[in-house]
Design a protein around this ligand. Structure first.
Ligand code: SIN
Ligand code: CO
Length: 371
């Protein structure tokens, strides 16, 4: 069973992507929930999975973080359970992100699923990411306001940043198969009408602050020799206390030259952007396979599966996975990106086998029957 998405992507990107929110009615016709509330609760009991329960009983907001052992004291209404990165842990739920794989994958964050009871939600807030909220079982009323840098935000609870009241530009109920797309920065509030499930496919980019800080760390670790400012054409200045405009420009260029060094920048970005945003289901092999064992397994017909939602990207002729460079030709990297399942005939080249052996031992790909 797989849900089929009907979106005219060109129209969507031209008119809505990062521009304005929209409801795409019946984007999934005959939507079938890929997970049950009980299964979601089971995931929220796991140590490595991020989850929270938000309650708003009698107007009082509260948030608790998982793992949870018991859901019996929550009552009938005004609470919701939110589980992050379900695509990393639940194969059927992960199929929901497939139709969004046409969007640049380096920007994909995760599939968050929320189960909500009557009257529940997380309150009016603004997110730092773009999100497609797919309505599953049940119904939610969404009020979305316009983007405005002057909205005041406040903590309704230490873990819940809310936004002051806003004039909705969308105020509608959505039902199974509808999608609400909300770009970064638009305030929104979803309130469950009866029991409901919703699926948030999130896309996140990085701030200049995060980029600069990540790049600076990389440069410090990878360029051990200091690059010093130098000015061999120096003339005596009128005012030696004044940093001159041409000197400021040389300083800026000194920094920009590093960012513009393609090898340094690309390698940093490939490694940096493939670092996971949420824990992954990676199990390093113990004891490790040796090359003969590995090749024999593949030859016997065993297939390799890529860890669900492990981050993999291509930059120019290089590939990166989970913070590491993939030392293989681009043709093989194309294959590693495109196919989530691989067999011997695709990997039989000696160099490819050696590199894949290393990544399999790290746990980035695995044989299905391996426990
Ligand atoms: C929810 O699914 O309950 C919250 C999603 C959101 O508003 O970001
Ligand atoms: Co939100």
């Amino acid at each position: 069973m797989s849900n089929k998405l009907n979106i005219d992507w060109n129209d969507f990107l031209t008119n809505y992507w990062q521009k304005k929110p929209v409801i795409l009615r019946d984007a999934f016709s005959h939507f079938v929930d890929p997970i049950t509330p009980d299964e979601l609760a089971g995931l929220a009991m796991e140590e490595e999975i991020d989850s929270r329960i938000v309650t708003n009983k009698d107007g009082k907001w509260d948030a608790k973080f998982g793992p949870f052992i018991d859901f019996s004291n929550l009552g009938e209404d005004h609470w919701s359970l939110l589980v992050q990165a379900v695509d990393h842990w639940h194969e059927q739920a992960a199929t929901l992100v497939e139709p969004f794989k046409c969007i640049p994958q380096w920007q994909f964050e995760d599939l968050m699923i929320s189960y909500a009871t009557q009257g529940a939600g997380v309150g009016p807030h603004i997110d730092n990411y773009d999100v497609f909220i797919i309505q599953g079982m049940g119904c939610r009323r969404w009020q979305v306001g316009d983007r405005n840098p002057n909205y005041k935000q406040f903590s309704a609870h230490k873990a819940l940043l809310h936004v002051e009241s806003y004039q909705p530009i969308i105020d509608e109920e959505i039902t199974a198969g509808d999608i609400l797309y909300i770009p970064i920065g638009f305030p929104h509030n979803g309130v469950s009408i009866g029991e409901s499930l919703s699926y948030s496919v999130g896309f996140r980019t990085q701030t200049s602050q995060e980029l600069l800080s990540g790049f600076a760390d990389y440069v410090i670790d990878n360029l051990p020799n200091g690059i010093f400012y130098q000015d061999p054409d120096l003339k005596l200045p009128k005012d030696p206390y004044r940093v001159q405009p041409y000197e400021l420009e040389k300083l800026q260029n000194q920094m920009i030259d590093l960012i513009k060094n393609p090898q340094l920048f690309n390698d940093w970005f490939g490694k940096h952007i493939t670092i996971p945003m949420h824990e992954l289901n990676i199990l390093p092999v113990e004891p490790t396979y040796d090359l003969d064992e590995f090749e024999a397994l593949l030859k016997s017909g065993a297939k390799l599966h890529r860890v669900p939602s492990i981050r993999i990207v291509k930059i120019e002729n290089a590939g990166y996975i989970h913070g590491k460079k993939i030392p293989l030709p681009i043709e093989v990297i194309d294959l590693l990106c495109q196919s989530e399942t691989l067999s011997y005939d695709q990997l039989h080249h000696e160099e490819t086998l050696k590199v894949m052996l290393h990544f399999v031992n790290c746990g980035f790909w695995y044989f299905q029957d391996q426990e």
